[in-house]
Every structure is written in structure tokens, then in C-alpha cells.
Design a protein around this ligand. Structure first.
Ligand SMILES: [Fe+2]
Ligand SMILES: [Fe+2]
Length: 357
């Protein structure tokens, strides 16, 4: 599989970045609202449960429903002039600005901006999950999968609702989708088979979402965002479990050719996501704070612990799950390491473990 976005790549030091610089092209991507997707619908006449663990997950999902309007205490403020994460635990821009000795108010403003951007991207990702699960309800072959995907559609609608309301009511600004993210989400939605759609959304993007939500929930000190994301995170953990359960079966039945296709697909998506190195965000926000986007990325790459820090979000869930599924092999492991996605010796022991259910 050739590299995604080959014409948007260039060397930055010894790292190959993917980035969008042409404003017209970015606008065109954002305006592309209609995406033709291949969808093969499957009927099933087996109404009884065939995959017990999946039916149990569906039951858990039913019990875990919540109402984004009435179960959240929307009267809790999210003040612009207070830290919502500890300053020492803050995001990229405020950390850099603090190191440069910039005043606290500016650092807090940068944290607010960066958070608004991150939550906006998560919101757009939630919409993609909503669309994709709708596809899976049609395309998956068994009734257990259809039930689960359908219940996930309701979850994802709630996630879109709750994040949109949070942004509208508390942040006041929504960042448009980053171009690299739009391209990747379209790739998942356009994937030709339900197996690749499941791998892409349920394993790769749900795995990334679990990690990001977990990082924010742990760090956040504001009770409103903590409550919202904790609720979302519980749902997402079920979704990731659906991905693992379904993919485990897909992998067991896959031919060598299908395995290679899935390994390459997973690597291509994660590598491209990582190759942006937040440049889509930095191009919008860094100059406001007197920072040069490229210089920010280069200074990160110059840190001795860069690969360890960079890989954290991947090593949280998605890489261990891919590894347990057998979708990272000797053929691809080194490529993940080189990109700063897979890191550490500790990890070597993990592939001895049986697949977690
Ligand atoms: Fe979600
Ligand atoms: Fe999800």
C-alpha cells in the first residue's frame, strides 16, 4: 500500500511530515460534505445470539445509556480565566509558553484555545463514528453485530450532542475539521468492506479516542468536562471492546492476503495521522502566540525522550490491541518504531499475552 497523502509530504529535519498549506484546498476538503461510500448490505435470518460476548456487550450498552441534556449539570461553569487542567500538566502550547517565561494569563488563553481545538476535532470524529456505525448496522453479517452497531449509533449521536452542546455553551467557538483528519476519516468511511470499516473505526479511531479521553479525564480539574468525558469514555471502552471482539473473529478467518491488507491499512492510517505532528493545529494557533509551527515541531523532535512522549497516545490502547490481534508483525513493527508510534522494551512482553476480551 502506498503512503497516504504522498503529495503532501516533505522532510522536516529527519522526519517526514504530512501537511496542508493551501487554504483553498483546505476549504474544499471541508466543503466536501457528500462522500460516496461502497456499502454491501447483508440480511440475516439468524435472530438468536451467535456471539455471546457481543450480546452481553449489547446488554451492557442498554444499561449504560444516559441523557446528554438531563444527566449533565450544565449549570457548572467552565471559566476562561481558570485553569481546567493543572498548569504543569497543560497542553502543548501553554507548556512551551511557560518554558519561555510568558505570563500566566497568556498561557491560560493558549490552553483554552488548544482545548477548544482538540474538543472540536473529537466532535468531528464522533460524527464520523456515528456515520460509520450506521454503515456497520447494514453491512455486518450477524444479528449480534447489527444489534451492537445500532446501539453504538445511539451512543455516538449522544456524543456528538454532548460535545456540540459543551462547545456551544461553554467554549463559544468551534474549530473546523483539520484537513488531515478529514482525509483520514473519509478513508475509513469509504473503506470497501465491513471488515476494514470495523478495523478503521472500531480499532484504530476508537482506540485513539479512548486514549485521548483518558488523558483529559485524568488531568482535568473542571468538574463539568470531567463528568462529560468520563461518561463518554465509559461508552467508548465498550465500543473498543466491540472492535476487538469482532476483529478477533475476522483475523481468525482471514487469509494471508487479507492479513497483509489489514496490517498495511492500519499502518497507513496511523502513520499518516502521526505524520501531521499537529501541524494542522499549530498553523492556526501558534502564530497567535508568537510561535513558529515548524520550529515547535522541530524543537519537540530534538528532545531525547521525543519517541516516548509521542508514542504515549498510541501505546495506551491502539497499539496493544493491534498487537494482540496479530496486526503488527515483524514486517511492520520496525516501521511503527521508526515513526515514533511504537516505543519501549516493556512492550515486547505484551505480545505473549492472550488477546484481552
Ligand atoms: Fe463516541
Ligand atoms: Fe465510539
Amino acid at each position: 500500500m502506498e503512503k497516504l497523502l504522498a503529495d503532501h509530504r516533505r522532510q522536516l529535519g529527519d522526519f517526514e511530515v504530512v501537511e496542508f498549506v493551501d487554504e483553498q484546498e483546505i476549504a474544499a476538503l471541508r466543503e466536501k460534505l457528500d462522500v460516496p461510500v461502497p456499502l454491501e448490505l447483508h440480511w440475516s435470518w439468524e435472530y438468536g445470539s451467535e456471539i455471546e460476548e457481543l450480546r452481553a456487550l449489547y446488554e451492557r450498552g442498554k444499561r449504560g445509556q444516559w441523557n446528554a441534556e438531563t444527566d449533565i449539570d450544565w449549570s457548572i461553569p467552565f471559566p476562561r480565566d481558570e485553569w481546567f487542567v493543572p498548569r504543569e500538566n497543560a497542553l502543548l502550547l501553554p507548556t512551551l509558553l511557560t518554558m519561555m517565561g510568558v505570563d500566566e494569563e497568556t498561557c491560560r488563553q493558549a490552553a483554552f484555545d488548544e482545548f477548544a481545538h482538540l474538543i472540536s476535532q473529537l466532535l468531528h470524529g464522533e460524527q464520523a463514528a456515528l456515520q460509520l456505525c450506521g454503515q456497520l448496522t447494514n453491512a455486518c453479517p450477524t444479528i449480534d453485530q447489527k444489534f451492537y452497531a445500532a446501539s453504538q449509533v445511539a451512543d455516538e449521536a449522544r456524543h456528538v450532542e454532548v460535545l456540540a452542546k459543551f462547545i456551544e455553551r461553554k467554549l463559544g467557538m468551534i474549530y473546523p475539521i483539520d484537513p488531515t483528519l478529514k482525509v483520514l476519516l473519509d478513508r475509513l468511511l469509504e473503506a470497501p468492506t465491513w471488515k476494514l470499516k470495523t478495523l478503521g473505526m472500531q480499532t484504530l479511531f476508537e482506540g485513539m479516542a479512548v486514549a485521548i479521553f483518558d488523558q483529559i479525564v485524568r488531568a482535568a480539574t473542571n468538574p463539568l468536562i470531567k463528568d462529560i468525558l468520563r461518561r463518554v469514555q465509559i461508552d467508548e471502552a465498550r465500543h473498543a471492546a466491540f472492535g476487538v471482539l469482532t476483529m478477533r473473529k475476522v483475523v481468525q478467518e482471514a487469509t494471508e492476503e487479507e492479513m497483509a491488507e489489514m496490517e498495511d491499512f492500519a499502518f497507513a492510517i496511523l502513520e499518516t495521522l502521526n505524520a501531521n505532528q499537529q501541524l494542522d493545529f499549530l498553523r492556526q494557533a501558534a502564530p497567535k502566540y508568537g510561535l513558529d509551527p515548524e520550529a515547535v515541531v522541530q524543537s519537540l523532535h530534538a528532545m531525547p525522550q521525543w519517541a516516548q512522549l509521542n508514542s504515549e497516545v498510541y501505546m495506551h490502547t491502539v497499539i496493544p490491541n493491534l498487537w494482540r490481534l496479530g496486526l503488527i508483525t515483524e514486517r511492520t513493527e520496525e516501521k511503527y518504531r521508526k515513526a515514533g508510534i511504537l516505543w519501549g522494551d516493556r512492550f515486547e512482553a505484551r505480545h505473549q499475552l492472550p488477546l484481552a476480551s
